[in-house]
Ligand binder design. Structure first.
Ligand code: ADP
Ligand code: MG
Length: 643
């Protein structure tokens, strides 16, 4: 008895309608998904002329019997779905029963398949949707589908196809995605000029990433997970008397260090239940995780694999099945954002200097590859600090203030620490660090001596960059960026506590705005007030600013206000309170922080380094630029030809 059934109308009608075959890559996607659903362990894809002339997908999966081989070309014929309820919990990649008939309608298709349950295999030939021949044939078990002359009978569609190389790059991205999602299987993508993908079963996800993306990418990324988290549904979502539902989400993947910045999203690979997806909720969550670690227009390298109950994700949203809808969209978003951010915090990756020889070419190449590297990827880069800061919500200096003796230092004090000489007793760096990092978490690893707390400042370059040394090498610290990071974290903390200290201006600051800016101002007003600003309308299109956060330097008030308004204007379409909060904090930190071209005494440099090391994200400033660069001992020894 065959497995395939034609879906009854009431089920078929519930399936997202629309065309699945737009281009060669969509054919490859459907065929590849069918092979994976058929339990294949090896899939080979041959492509000619970017898939326009020929696509063949061969698998060693369960194959089809003769009846199924013919039924498969009927619309809504599938072995993967029976009832409308099944649609709520789809565990296979396919479920629509539409791919084969659709592909068969726009090509010359040959299906060769053999199920081990039958003595012989079957060969089915279809031309432009017409059944040409069905024959028995001696075939190996598994399935081969050859799609020749795609869109030969729909010239309008054929005209829309891009250059062969473009179509091929879509196909190869697709095969790469599925090969990442199924590391235990073999994938081969062959073209006339050679294999674009050829991977045998990998022992781990990491090995599969290495096979497909190479050591260079592996050097850029940090592995995280597997982690199990729960979606905490609000109490009102639970019927009275029942235990609250806590759907489990499993996370694993890879994230790049923040200084690896791509100009597009092509290096973000998203999977939900091993299905490749393009999803705005997840993309946004990733960007949020990197907020203030990376400039807003840049993207990380990220491979994110989520597993969740099938009932939590609706894949029946769009015919191509790459879009999904989460049942608890906001909860998923926030959980992903927080989990990734924690993973980044735990890794505390720090930038390093480029290798001396690679410097010039590295910079040139990176333009061509759409990549900005503030570092050259190299095996010499050390990823993590052995000291992982606990992800405490408290600003570290609250633990025991080395600055003001009792209680926590204020934002103002953290600002003045660098400006006004001798106002505070500056404790040795090591003591500050000891006060903020529980000693149990401090483990030294001679191979990864990345701990900022060991740094000894030696002096400044141009009164702007602190030069420091440690056993691990030579360091440069951007004093403004470093101070900005410290103040940013403190400000966010204060703001969340409702404890931003503000200063009244002697004279209100009068700001003329355009009508558009004026309405933006009123949108952001409550967020501005929570952040220590006080302003009132003052005639038409004019506001009087009466108070600003206490740490902001008086010469910077105007710049700060202008900058904020411009930022809000630029980002008005995506405005949320959350982004406003971040932007305000970043600007306040920037306009409170020590400037470059400011001489610093040794103990202040020491203080700044210690303060930086106590932050959650010491490696970049609030705008995502690096705070420190390291010239590792190994590179130094190499450069002097000592190793
Ligand atoms: P769907 O995948 O949505 O069920 P398709 O049109 O892609 O619809 O395929 C129809 C049916 O043909 C599948 O349900 C499956 O039973 C069968 N089939 C397709 N490709 C293969 C394959 N490579 N190996 C085994 N069975 C297959
Ligand atoms: Mg299918």
């Amino acid at each position: 008895m065959g497995r395939i059934r034609i879906l009854p109308d009431n089920v078929a009608n519930k399936i997202a309608a629309g065309e699945v075959v737009e281009r060669p890559a969509s054919v490859v996607k459907e065929l590849l998904e069918n092979s994976l659903d058929a339990g294949a362990t090896r899939v080979r894809i041959d492509v000619e002329a970017g898939g326009k002339r020929r696509i063949q997908v061969v698998d060693d999966g369960c194959g089809m019997g003769r009846d199924d081989a013919m039924l498969a070309f009927e619309r809504h014929a599938t072995s993967k779905l029976r009832s409308a309820e099944d649609l709520l919990s789809i565990s296979t990649l396919g479920f629509r029963g539409e791919a084969l008939p659709t592909i068969g309608a726009v090509s010359r298709l040959l299906l060769e398949t053999h199920s081990p349950e039958e003595r012989e295999g079957t060969r089915v030939e279809i031309n432009g949707g017409k059944l040409i021949a069905v024959d028995d044939a001696g075939l190996p078990s598994g399935t081969s589908i050859t799609v020749n002359d795609l869109f030969y009978n729909t010239p309008a569609r054929r005209k829309f196809l891009r250059a062969e190389s473009t179509e091929l790059s879509h196909i190869s991205s697709l095969v790469t995605h599925y090969a990442l999602a199924y590391p235990d299987k073999s994938f081969q993508l062959r073209t006339a000029t050679g294999d674009l993908v050829n991977v045998s079963p990998a022992a781990s996800l990491r090995d599969r990433v290495f096979q497909l993306l190479g050591q260079e990418t592996l050097d850029e990324i940090i592995e995280f997970g597997p982690l199990v988290k729960n979606l905490e549904l609000p109490a009102h979502a639970t019927p009275p008397g029942e235990a609250p539902e806590r759907p489990e989400i499993r996370f694993r993947g890879f994230l790049s260090r923040p200084q690896i910045q791509k100009l597009n999203r092509n290096s973000i690979y998203l999977f939900v239940n091993r299905r490749m997806v393009r999803d705005r909720v997840l993309l946004h969550a990733i960007q949020e995780a990197y907020r203030n670690l990376m400039p807003g227009h840049c993207f990380p390298v990220a491979l994110l694999f989520l597993e969740m109950p099938h009932t939590e994700v609706d894949v029946n949203v769009h015919p191509s099945k790459v879009e999904v809808r989460f049942r608890h969209q906001t909860l998923v978003h926030d959980l992903v954002r927080d989990t990734l951010r924690e993973a980044l915090i735990a890794a505390r990756p720090l930038p390093a200097f480029p290798e001396p020889a690679a410097n010039a070419t590295g910079a040139m190449e990176s333009g061509g590859r759409n990549t900005i590297h503030t570092t050259t990827p190299s095996a010499a880069l050390t990823l993590t600090s052995p000291t992982v800061q606990p992800a405490t919500e408290r600003f570290p200096f609250h633990a025991a203030s080395p600055l003001s003796g009792e209680g926590a230092p204020t934002m103002r004090e953290l600002t003045d620490a660098l400006y006004s000489p001798g106002q505070f007793t500056v404790t040795a760096a090591s003591e500050i660090a000891a006060a903020v990092v529980p000693s149990a978490t401090v483990t030294e690893n001679p191979d990864q001596p990345m701990d900022l707390r060991e740094l000894r400042p030696l002096g400044q370059v141009r009164d702007s960059f602190i030069v420091a040394s440690s056993a691990s090498g030579l360091w440069l610290i951007d004093q403004h960026a470093a101070h900005e990071r410290v103040l940013y974290e403190k400000f966010v903390f204060d703001r969340d506590q409702g404890a931003v200290e503000s200063q009244r201006m002697l004279m209100p600051y009068i700001l003329r705005l355009t009508p558009a800016q004026m309405s933006l101002w009123s949108t952001t007003l409550s967020e501005m007030e929570r952040s220590g600003f006080e302003a009132e309308p003052f005639g038409q299109n004019t506001i009087a600013v009466k108070a600003v956060p206490a740490s902001v330097r008086s010469d910077d008030v105007e710049k700060l206000l202008r900058e904020l308004i411009e930022t809000f204007e630029r980002e008005s379409r995506g405005y949320t309170d959350e982004t406003a909060r971040q932007r305000i904090a970043a600007s306040v930190a920037c306009h409170s922080a020590i400037k470059i071209n400011t001489p610093l005494e040794p103990r202040k440099m020491e203080w700044l380094i210690a303060a930086l090391s106590a932050t959650r994200f010491p490696m970049s400033c609030a705008h995502g630029r690096p705070t420190v660069l390291r010239y590792g001992m190994k590179e130094i020894l190499k450069a002097f030809h000592r190793i």
